[in-house]
Design a protein around this ligand. Structure first.
Ligand SMILES: [Cu+2]
Length: 96
């Protein structure tokens, strides 16, 4: 299992801000071995996040606390059909 949902207070928070049709950063960095709250904040349109190669998703304007066990890079996509630029809504989650 690469990441688990942690039922503890997160050590930090990373906010992914989404608009039509992009995330505010191409890359979001978090640390392995500590619980991080990943928050999806949509400021334009309705979006969702799927972290590929894991089972984890983040709902629109929701937060999920995850702990990754080791470093790696994961592709992030929008999982809500949000319109014309939907397929371009991609970013990376870099676990160091
Ligand atoms: Cu979308």
């Amino acid at each position: 299992m690469v990441a688990v949902e942690a039922a503890v207070e997160p050590a930090s928070e990373v906010v992914l801000t989404a608009t039509d049709w992009k995330f505010d950063q191409q890359e979001y960095q978090i640390k392995a071995g500590e619980p991080v709250a990943l928050t999806l904040k949509s400021v334009g349109g309705v979006h969702g996040v799927q972290i590929l190669k894991t089972k984890h998703t983040i709902g629109n304007n929701e937060s999920v606390t995850l702990q990754f066990d080791k470093p790696g890079t994961y592709d992030i996509i929008c999982n809500v059909p949000c319109g014309g630029g939907h397929a371009k809504m991609k970013a990376k989650l870099v676990v160091t």
